[in-house]
Ligand binder design. Structure first.
Ligand SMILES: [Zn+2]
Length: 604
């Protein structure tokens, strides 16, 4: 075990301190659960209070507290209160509220990922309730459920909760007394992050009553973004910068077929609320007002061109041209004349003089994607343009002054290219004035539900396919997927799925990853993981591997997840002569989990 062996579970703490366990499962929760369309969640539905409490580990030996695999801290609410006060006083209420809302969002999204990972089979409503229990376990607020209506068919969600003993209200009232607006900013962010991540679509929570406004308790209402009339105000706090796209969440018309096709391409929208995304946005707005050269780095598909064009749009050069060049797409022999233009007679075929991209971008921004692929000669000319603000056309003798802001992007490490002698060091330093790293999607997972929501809206408009939303299995799959192709891959998956899915139906896993194609190793691995979150395949021992054959990735007819799981269970049970405990050991899981799954597949 990687972590310290001195672990104290919550139950141990409770025993030691005399705390009563499980009392945060309010009776009202059970009573109110009638609100769930057809599901009753009894005390046994997983994850229950005891399951959730078991996720918390104290490891004082090495100074860590864990909530499953997330590191936590115990922080005095008064310390949080003073942080809050300082932020409000120095940044203003609006800014501070935004910061806390976004921090809450990240926290909620993480907790939803934990529940998804830990209880992949949990009923959606039980998984939703788990969020209220986690929030209570974390000491933030006691949640009483008034009603929740979740329609699995349409994916629509509406929830109403009462919040008691809100820690944020305690601190807010202590500092500012009773006021005119709600103050549970982080908690609202948490609820939005949790439920949106769980259902794979943006569900916006709003506090309609708050203790900080003199009410006896806080009342919060959560609805799908398209069910609120006006979410501009809510989104203002979720988005770090004004240029982050709010229209992306706008209410789609009920009948997509009547809509004109979306005018802006999906590529234009900037969508996200994760801390990694926000950090990049902050940097972008800092440097936009200057003329400094910006270098975007990051894997392909992370949206470097999107950031570059946004940089232009929010800069003083916005009314001038934005010219984008993908250096890798232009043959080496042509790149020079493309960038710097050509004089008549420079070479055979150059019958007329023409300006290059540099001249065409005059006064505006020139975006050079895949800058690492530039030839040495072109690198030298580019350096000169950056240093002296002038260029020379191919075959020309005259220097032409240019006023161009150069923005470059690379998905390889230029530093490495410099070391290997493939890229000029002086040019590298010129370009690297203001580097902005764009993280891969797997490092900003909190944004996946927002992006899913955004692309779904975009493509159902574009293709006039009125798909309702994502199935639970599809949400789970996308949340667990690694996205080697980053945002572009997610975008492509959603576009295809919107076309594949039935009108009025939900997007399911097989719409995202069609079975007709040869599955990429990633998807196959994903499918295996998807079924094996509790049957830990990765940890399967050599002994198990000998008896439990995992289908080969190049298997001609890919097995479905269900079939794969069933085959594995069958073999493990057979190899253990029907002894479920032994079979569970073989698959590195618990007997209870194995028994549950075996029963599901009617193997016992
Ligand atoms: Zn409140």
């Amino acid at each position: 075990m990687a972590r310290s062996s001195t672990r104290i579970s919550l139950a141990d703490v409770a025993r030691a301190t005399g705390t009563v366990m499980g009392n945060f499962d309010s009776a009202a929760v059970g009573k109110a659960l009638g609100g769930f369309a057809s599901t009753y969640i009894g005390g046994d539905a997983h994850p229950n209070v005891a399951d959730i409490s078991e996720c918390l580990f104290f490891s004082p030996g090495d100074g860590r507290i864990w909530l499953q695999d997330q590191r936590m801290v115990l922080l005095h609410t008064e310390a949080l209160g003073s942080l809050r006060r300082e932020m409000v006083d120095s940044l203003g209420t609006k800014q501070a509220r935004g910061l806390f809302t976004r921090a809450g969002y990240v926290s909620g999204a993480r907790d939803a990922q934990l529940v998804r990972k830990q209880w992949p089979d949990a009923d959606p409503s039980a998984a939703a309730i788990a969020g209220t229990r986690l929030h209570a376990l974390e000491g933030v607020v006691k949640v009483e459920l008034v009603q929740v209506v979740y329609d699995a068919k349409s994916g629509s969600y509406e929830g109403e909760f009462l919040w008691h003993n809100s820690s944020e209200d305690d601190e807010h009232i202590a500092a500012y007394g009773i006021g005119g607006s709600p103050a549970c900013w982080m908690q609202v962010g948490y609820a939005t992050g949790y439920v949106s991540t769980l259902f794979g679509r943006l569900i916006v929570f709003r506090e309609t009553q708050c203790r900080s406004m003199g009410d006896a308790h806080c009342r919060v209402i959560g609805k799908s973004a398209d069910q609120w009339d006006d979410i501009e105000e809510d989104m203002r706090y979720l988005n770090a910068r004004e240029f982050v796209d709010t229209a992306a969440y706008a209410r789609p018309e009920p009948d997509a077929a009547e809509l004109p096709s979306a005018s802006a391409s999906a590529g234009d929208a900037m969508v996200g609320a994760s801390s990694a995304f926000n950090a990049a946005c902050h940097q972008l707005s800092r440097v936009a007002r200057t003329s400094a050269t910006v270098l975007f780095t990051g894997e392909s598909g992370v949206g470097k061109e999107k950031f570059a064009s946004m940089l232009h749009k929010i800069s003083p050069r916005k009314s001038q041209p934005f010219i984008a060049v993908n250096c890798a797409a232009i043959p080496e022999t042509l790149i020079e004349s493309e960038l710097f233009g050509v004089e008549r007679g420079a070479y055979t075929g150059a019958s007329v003089s023409r300006p290059g991209r540099f001249e065409r971008a005059s006064g505006g921004t020139l975006f050079l994607d895949e800058i690492g692929t530039l030839s040495f000669v072109a690198q030298g000319k580019l350096l000169r343009a950056l240093q002296e603000g002038e260029i020379e056309r191919v075959g020309g003798t005259r220097s032409i002054p240019v006023d161009v802001r150069v923005v470059a992007a690379t998905n390889e490490t230029l530093r490495q290219a410099v070391r290997e002698g493939k890229f000029r060091e002086d040019l590298f330093f010129r370009l690297n004035v203001f580097p902005i790293h764009l993280p891969p999607l797997r490092e900003r997972r909190d944004d996946i539900p927002l992006l899913m929501n955004h692309f779904l809206n975009h493509y159902r408009r574009k293709h006039a396919c009125n798909v309702r939303g994502y199935s639970q299995a599809a949400v789970r799959t996308l949340l667990n997927y690694d996205f080697p192709g980053n945002i572009r891959e997610l975008q492509n998956l959603v576009e295809r799925a919107v076309i594949m899915a039935d009108v009025g139906g939900l997007i399911d896993v097989h719409h995202l990853f069609t079975s007709g194609e040869t599955l990429s190793p990633d998807v196959m691995t994903l499918r295996l993981q998807e079924g094996s979150d509790t049957l830990n395949l990765a940890a399967t021992t050599a002994q198990a591997a000998a008896t439990v054959a995992v289908p080969s990735r190049s298997s001609p007819s890919p097995l479905s997840l269900e079939q794969t799981e069933q085959a594995m269970l069958q073999r493990a049970i057979a190899a253990s002569q029907g002894n479920l405990s032994a079979a569970a050991r073989l698959l590195n899981t618990s007997r209870a989990k194995l028994a549950y799954r075996a029963k599901k597949h009617k193997l016992v």
